[in-house]
Write a protein that binds this ligand. Structure first.
Ligand code: TRP
Length: 328
């Protein structure tokens, strides 16, 4: 039997370069590997665990699906849909929530961070976020999950719950492992931390044109361009990391030598980098237009994806219901 892969992105807006390199490229690699059956969703039920705009939720969900498709996710090869269209996710999440403690959830770093961000919105759904994520993965008995390293604590919860279910009820959930992609840490343009949708000025969107990319890069902080040691942190380090990701290691080395020698001219570096980034995004933007112009095609992909997902999900739920002793 083929191994299963599950992953998803919260439906909080459009994808950016960080999502593309850190996650979607991994999705693509696994989609094209015949050893795996791949399932990729837009996590709209996770999106509503923090404050959101009900007028935009469905649109955001469709936008991420279109970004997926434009990047090369293929409904012939992968199941592509929205989480909320497969009600078994919440059904299983409820059952799994009986198998883990409130204390364990409260101590997760991701939970604490969200509490700080939204102190007036510490809801049951937020606390249960990792349990719903465990359900997403276990529902398909997925063994591989392409996600960023920041999701490792959530994956550990999924492994713990799966193990616990197997021991207590005799289910056969495999241990989900993280699939690591090369661009999993895409640095922010602000010189601090990683690219993030929620930090203004930190990211380049997949839909940015060449002028916008240039403008965004021109705002990235730099220094005098030379020194005794190439910086390992901050704006320059981040720019060099982007050079490596988009232009390759050779070009990074070229700039490092300049830094230690005559100095880097950042204007030129940024112009060159902008071109490399745009070259990678241009075909994605062209492909996206095709889907933007055909909304009924996108609807059909989402609907058919949900139908396929529900077949697998239904089998798991039948088994789980039996094993945990619910009425036949
Ligand atoms: N928590 C993930 C994130 O923020 C999104 C997500 C929800 C997910 N359920 C998942 C990722 C299941 C992988 C598998 O990126």
């Amino acid at each position: 039997m083929k191994k299963r892969v599950f992953s998803g992105t919260r439906a909080t807006g459009r994808l950016h370069l960080g999502n593309y390199l850190g996650a979607v490229k991994g999705y693509l690699e696994l989609q094209d590997n015949p050893d795996y059956e791949t399932i990729y969703m837009v996590m709209d039920l996770h999106a509503i665990t923090t404050p959101y705009d009900k007028e935009k939720l469905a649109e955001n969900t469709r936008n991420v699906v279109m970004d997926y498709l434009a990047c090369g996710l293929d409904p012939e090869k992968s199941i592509i849909t929205a989480q909320s269209l497969v009600p078994e996710h919440t059904y299983l999440a409820h059952i799994l929530s009986s198998e883990i403690t409130v204390a364990r959830m409260q101590h997760l770093p991701t939970f604490k961070e969200k509490v700080k961000q939204h102190p007036d919105h510490v809801t049951m759904a937020l606390l249960n976020y990792p349990v719903l994520m465990a359900a997403d993965i276990l529902l398909y008995k997925a063994s591989l999950v392409p996600v960023g390293i920041d999701q490792e604590p959530h994956l550990e919860v999924a492994r713990e719950i799966g193990r616990h279910m197997n021991e207590k009820f005799g289910t056969d959930f495999p241990e989900p492992k993280r699939f690591v992609t090369k661009g999993e840490y895409v640095p922010s343009l602000t010189g601090e931390g990683k690219m993030s949708k929620s930090v203004e000025g930190s990211f380049i969107s997949l839909t940015d044109g060449s002028e916008t990319i240039k403008k965004k890069l021109s705002g990235a902080p730099t220094d005098s361009g030379r020194g005794e040691k190439v910086p390992e942190k901050g704006g320059v380090a981040n720019l060099l990391q982007l050079v490596e990701l988009f232009e390759g290691l050779e070009n990074r080395k070229k700039y490092e030598e300049q830094y230690l020698g005559d100095g880097i001219r950042y204007g030129e570096l940024k112009a060159e980098l902008a071109e490399f980034i745009f070259k990678e995004l241009e075909p994605i933007q062209k492909q996206r237009k095709v889907y933007e112009n055909d909304p009924s095609l996108v609807d059909r992909i989402i609907r058919e994806g949900a139908e396929k997902a529900r077949v697998i999900a239904g089998e798991t739920m039948k088994e789980v219901r039996n094993k945990i002793g619910l009425i036949k």
